[in-house]
Design a protein around this ligand. Sequence first.
Ligand SMILES: Nc1ncnc2c1ncn2[C@@H]1O[C@H](COP(=O)(O)OP(=O)(O)O)[C@@H](O)[C@H]1O
Ligand SMILES: [Mg+2]
Length: 296
Amino acid sequence: MYTIAIIADSPLPDRPCRELYDAIKRRGHVPRYVPISRITTSFITGNISVKIRDRAIDFDAAFLRSIGFLLDLEQFLRRVTTLRIIEEMGIVLVNPLEPFLRSRNKLEITYELARRGIPVPYTTCTEDLYYAYIEAKRLEEFVIKPITGSRGFGITKLNDPDIAFQVMKVLLGYRKPIYMQEYVRKPGRDIRVLVIDGQVFGCMYRIAPEGSWKTNVAQGGRGEPCNESRRDVEEIAIKATEALGLIYAGVDIAEKDGSYVVLEVNGSPDWRELSQVLGRSPAEKLVEVIVRLIKR
Ligand SMILES: Nc1ncnc2c1ncn2[C@@H]1O[C@H](COP(=O)(O)OP(=O)(O)O)[C@@H](O)[C@H]1O
Ligand SMILES: [Mg+2]
């Protein structure tokens, strides 16, 4: 019997966290929900302690679901170091910290995929306004994304280089780098593939709402069965997950001219819509995997 934590930002667990909590219990282990702000580290020469309130942490493993979104740099650094200490104490993190952090950063994702020959859309990342303007003229139709965004928030499609110039100038003024990507003319949908432990757990189409090109559920997108289950899509998703070093991931894939490109690899994917479409939740499988990693 193991104690398995679920670490997240929110004081209350969301649905995927609750499903993990229940699955841990059902499998005969002890679940613990831990908001990351409650974890304290203390130090004295030669000794380090990690506590939740007055209680030393005692879990064997933890699902790392979220470290927070609108974080200050100091808060981000504290949380990262805290998690690194926990991991170095021998506590298994799923996903492991480094890949988890990498997958929060779209620049890292695109780099890790492109260098391995996994298909990605043409992407440029820069802080050079003049260069970005030249790219905007060349690309004609493109999107600008926040490097750490999610749920489709803030992703903007542009096709006028001078509107782009103004937008990018303001972003740079707020110290936001420009991450721009060729707009992929996908067929009103993309494909979400959930990979767990080197295998496809399931996939679905995400259909964009009428008149929109965003397929995120948070943007009104909805899941539909993706029965074709094409071998090449699965292969790309598995390779992309491996490329990031993730144990499980939600991979977003767009259809482009009869072929595929990876838009994103999520290291803590929400699976609510996918569970609905598939009629099964990945929580049990994830618990099975984490228990195997504890035993290893
Ligand atoms: N280059 C692109 N071309 C066309 N659609 C895109 C492109 N990049 C992202 N999208 C769409 O925008 C939405 C959000 O994309 P994504 O890059 O996964 O960011 P997020 O982290 O916000 O989910 C998805 O619906 C995706 O299909
Ligand atoms: Mg996405």
